[in-house]
Ligand binder design. Sequence first.
Ligand SMILES: [Zn+2]
Length: 110
Amino acid sequence: MTNKKWFFELKNYDRIRKKDNEKGEALMVPISIEAFVNKHCKNNPGENPNQLRKNLKQVVKDKKNGETCHNCGQEIWAIGSAVAYQGCFSCLTGEADSSGDYEISEVCWS
Ligand SMILES: [Zn+2]
């Protein structure tokens, strides 16, 4: 794929990178669709909130239906798939570690 920072720079993506929970597990951070739309559109004034909301609802549905990354077969990352194109966290960002990044709460299960 392209260089590692592609997704985060292009999309002015707000990361948290808070670390693992008390059990030491690396987890993604759940966020609601509305909260993410607000946050993302504030950082990216060019984005259309209605379109983003629609994309998010669609990919949440897709992820629940077991949609996988067409590149590597892993489960898709709903937020990245809504903002950029359908894929898993690793293929979209070039990073293996997704802990401390957001995922829509309904599908934030891993
Ligand atoms: Zn992938």
